[in-house]
Design a binder for this molecule. Structure first.
Ligand code: BES
Ligand code: ZN
Ligand code: ZN
Length: 498
């Protein structure tokens, strides 16, 4: 689907979208169309329940008096409350509504209605952003689809007075969508295709955007003493990898760092998971996909920031070489870990990836992302991701970027009493608390033991956010790409140089 921006005029074909606000208040275009169609819009309004609310559409097919095949009047609700997310949602919902109709071309006439605060160029850019985000589809393995089962839209045209301004505003957003969709692709791919070495190869592709990518294998990681990460991968025939990605778009500032859990498949290992639903564990690398996607977004839009991404890539398999419950491993930090459950593997991978990140890059801020616990799903479901932070300002920044992008975060507590639950009788720390209570929090406390003094740190438990079972306005069901928009926004609003 191609996105284009042009000056408003009534097109000769396709679908034309006009806006109306609460109380059926028609925009200028809708009024103009009502005249051109000899009152078809007014009559349709009388015949329908359409009120102009923010989620409402009213469709008129084959209207007389104009050449377009279809008019959609789209509600925007209360103009003063209309914001960037609402515009994205409208773009996404239009794509969803039209893709199954056979329609190829849609033109949306963007105009300011009433006391709308969102300016027209931002409205237009966000509309296109949402449309592209929703258009995503992972269909490369569907070889027998008939043309009528495929999405039909080819052109998404945004008609707006200041088309040049809108296009300029859309340019970085366009790159963020590419990055979100890249991340979604990585998460969607099955584990026979994406495993540590092939995921590292995907990360290597970021060098096209000017990112410096380095890959460490088992030999290098053994030298560095990464016993925690390596222990998780030792049961797999696939070699574990650690990838670092550096984007130097800033001055001399210390970098902001992102660390991702990249378990390309999590069987649980010897503490094996039940068969039902285990296929979901192909997306246990979503944290690393978010990090790779974020690095791509920052580099592609040439963000004025120094940023690094570190992802620990392993496959957690049961086998004759797999680690056993009760094994004690030594992490790169020197701390010994008693592995009481081999299914609590993400924290073991992150322990070494985070330590390596701090030792190598001395970041001013470090944020890790991981599909870490089922417990965060019990606590927050799939509406909010769980956020932990050792700094209130960082927590506020993340929370506010969550609100702005719709990738919501809810802050969870850290406390010494939870941390104590991870003390091991046999080693420095154990990898499960032994209680089912506060499972996401104790996992975060485990991670905090690998945060160096002075590092501002946040942990995002995104187990509920990586995959969606149903469509939402800007995210079709499947891999969500959660985290890319959030972190890109965080960097843009708090870490980029002017
Ligand atoms: N990858 C899982 C967490 C997970 C569960 C992600 C469901 C997405 C959906 C993680 O490695 C895991 O298995 N965690 C265990 C920890 C437990 C053994 C302490 C869990 O949450 O049950
Ligand atoms: Zn696990
Ligand atoms: Zn896992």
């Amino acid at each position: 689907m191609k996105v284009a921006f042009a000056k408003p005029e009534i097109p000769a074909s396709g679908t034309l979208v006009a806006l109306a606000a609460d109380g059926r208040k028609l925009g200028k275009l809708a009024g103009q169309l009502d005249k051109a169609t000899k009152g078809a819009i007014t009559r349709a309004l009388e015949a329908s329940r359409f009120k102009g609310g923010a989620e409402e559409f009213m469709t008129i097919l084959a209207p007389a008096g104009v050449d377009v095949a279809r008019i959609i009047v789209a509600g925007i609700g209360t103009p003063a409350k209309y914001d960037a997310l609402a515009a994205q949602s409208l773009g996404g919902r239009l794509v969803a509504a039209l893709n199954g109709t056979g329609e190829k071309d849609v033109s949306v006439w963007v105009e300011s209605i009433g006391d709308m605060k969102l300016d027209e160029a931002a409205f237009a850019a966000n509309l296109a952003y949402g449309a592209r985000l929703r258009f995503y589809r992972f269909d490369k393995y569907k070889t027998k689809e008939k043309p009528e089962q495929k999405p039909s839209l080819k052109h998404f045209n945004v008609l707006v007075a200041d088309a040049a301004d809108a296009k300029r505003a859309f340019s970085p957003m366009d790159k963020v969508v590419d990055a979100v969709n890249f991340s979604r692709d990585l998460v969607s791919e099955p584990a026979n295709i994406i495993y540590p070495e092939t995921l590292a190869a995907e990360a290597k592709k970021l060098s096209e955007f000017g990112v410096e990518v380095k890959v460490l294998g088992v030999k290098e990681m053994t030298k560095l003493g990464m016993g925690a990460l390596l222990g998780v991968g030792q049961g797999s025939d696939r070699e574990s990898q650690l990838v670092t990605m550096q984007w130097n778009g800033g001055g001399k500032e210390k970098p902001i760092a992102f660390v991702g859990k990249g378990v390309t498949f999590d069987t649980g290992g010897i503490s094996i998971k039940p068969a039902a639903g285990m296929e979901d564990m192909k997306w246990d690398m979503a944290g690393s996909a978010a990090v790779i996607g974020t690095m791509r977004a920052l580099a592609a839009r040439k963000a004025k920031v120094n940023a690094v991404g570190v992802v620990g890539l392993v496959e957690n398999m049961p086998s004759g070489t797999a680690q056993r419950p009760g094994d004690i491993v030594t992490s790169m930090s020197g701390q010994t870990i008693e592995v009481l459950n081999t299914d609590a593997e993400g924290r073991l991978v992150l322990a070494d990836a985070m330590w390596y990140c701090q030792e190598t890059f001395k970041p001013r801020v470090m944020i890790d992302l991981a599909t870490l616990t089922g417990a965060i799903l019990i606590a927050l479901g799939n509406i909010y991701g769980g956020m932990y932070a050792n700094d209130d300002d960082l927590a506020k920044q993340l929370e506010s970027s969550g609100k702005s992008t719709g990738e919501l975060l809810w802050r969870m507590p850290l406390a010494a009493a939870y941390n104590k639950m991870m003390d091991s009788p046999a080693a420095d720390v154990k990898n499960i608390s032994g209680s089912r209570n506060a499972g996401s929090i104790t996992a975060a406390e485990f991670l905090q033991r690998f945060v160096q003094k002075g590092t501002l740190w946040s942990h995002l438990d995104i187990a509920g956010m990586a995959w969606a079972d149903k469509d939402s306005p800007t995210t079709p069901r499947g891999a969500t790409g959660y985290g890319v928009r959030l972190l890109d926004h965080l960097v843009a609003s708090h870490y980029e140089e002017a």
